[in-house]
Write a protein that binds this ligand. Structure first.
Ligand code: GLU
Length: 382
């Protein structure tokens, strides 16, 4: 199908991804949706909360990445309009984040949903140890029925805080959480072939199956300083698609923004071509191993049936590595079984090799984790 036919099909909604089919959805909320000159837009947030409750009732897990801390905090502190120096923006975020988190708690409570505040930096998503911990926490929170409300930890950010940072953070969070869908809600309803404010011929694109240089040029034309920051949104789309996550750029300034999007509201979809799990396995498979987990025959069989690697099946450890590092998994006769991210560093892994779960705490002096390598963090060859 060429681009024109694709677009026509997308407009007829044949190829349009279904938001209500998402298993794990990340929703990114831009500051302008949540905060205006009068302060927090409670009515809008209530509509979003109702949408979140509905999607969860339909079986989806929902995570929110929300901006708005600086916008809320600057009002409280009486800081002037316009760009703030970094330290003032950080101070404003520290004040505003309390109100922001509280607003989500209040909006979700009537639906019987608990909000959980998670503050991350982009560096947390790059360091594999921190990444694994944040991933486990997010998984535990959604498993317990809470909705994580995530923002950048602005007070420790060392670079200038730029609007658009949260688009990138949201894409990283989506990958970290294994989300299959990411909705970027802001003040722009998608990607255009040019800047719609200046170019009368600029056409809206409902579907972008692949981010080509031509598409990137369109985002550039829409202007980074302009509302919506299309360049960072496209970077987020690239990250998401690579991780098996379908992304939508949609206008959030309607009463029930997720219902509107699910019911066919105007937006640009960037469909992923594979599942998050498949993309994650490719990512793990492509990394250079820092060591080897040598397992016994029983564990090798269990792994092939899809189990996690438990300490009991681990015979020995080769190499020196940290928790989160990529490792090979092999049998005692040296046959390569696969690759994994290690749940333990090499020292601790060696100390618990062969132990049953109940013996780990005594060996380590702390409870530790059940798996030496979790099945989600493992790929087996052939
Ligand atoms: N973290 C910032 C805030 O909460 C916003 C950054 C962004 O919108 O990209 O105010």
């Amino acid at each position: 199908m060429d681009a024109v036919t694709l677009e026509a099909a997308a407009a007829r909604s044949e190829l349009r991804p279904d938001l209500r089919a998402a298993k794990r959805l990340v929703v990114k909320i831009g500051s302008a949706l949540l905060v205006d000159a009068a302060g927090l837009r409670r009515g809008w947030l209530d509509g979003l909360a109702a949408d979140i409750a509905e999607l969860r009732a339909g079986g989806a897990e929902v995570l929110v990445v929300s901006s708005g801390a600086i916008a809320l905090g600057r009002r409280v502190l009486g800081l002037p309009k316009g760009a703030l120096p970094l330290e003032q923006a950080q101070a404003a975020a520290a004040v505003g984040q309390i109100e922001l988190a509280q607003a989500y708690v209040a909006a979700l409570a009537p639906h019987g949903i608990q909000a959980a505040q998670v503050l991350l930096t982009l560096a947390d998503t790059q360091d594999r140890r921190r990444y694994l911990n944040a991933r486990a926490t997010l998984k535990t929170l959604t498993g317990l029925g809470a909705v994580p409300v995530i923002n950048e930890n602005d007070t420790t950010a060392t670079d200038e805080i730029r609007y658009g940072d949260n688009d990138r953070l949201a894409a990283r969070v989506a990958l970290m959480a294994g989300a299959d869908m990411l909705a970027l809600l802001s003040d722009i309803d998608g990607l255009y072939t040019g800047d719609p404010r200046h170019d009368p011929h600029a056409r809206h694109l409902p579907l972008v199956p692949e981010i080509t240089p031509e598409i990137e040029a369109m985002a550039g034309a829409a202007g980074e300083g302009a509302k919506g920051g299309m360049v960072t949104k496209l970077m987020a789309a690239k990250t998401a698609m690579r991780g098996g996550c379908t992304l939508a750029i949609a206008k959030g300034a309607v009463d029930r923004p997720l219902s509107a999007l699910a019911d066919g509201g105007r937006c640009t979809w960037f469909p992923a071509s594979e599942t998050p799990a498949a993309a994650r396995k490719q990512w793990i498979a492509a990394m250079k191993p820092a060591g080897t987990l040598v397992v016994d025959a029983g564990a090798a069989q269990a792994l092939r049936r899809g189990a996690s690697l438990l300490p009991a099946g681990l015979r020995r450890v080769e190499g020196v590595f940290e928790r989160g590092d990529p490792v090979s998994v092999s049998t005692e006769d040296g046959a390569a079984l696969g690759a994994a991210l290690s749940g333990y560093n090499s020292d601790e892994a060696a100390r618990i090799a062969g132990l049953r779960s109940g013996e780990i705490e005594a060996a380590l002096g702390h409870p530790g984790r059940a798996a030496v390598a979790h099945r989600d963090d493992m790929v087996l060859w052939g």
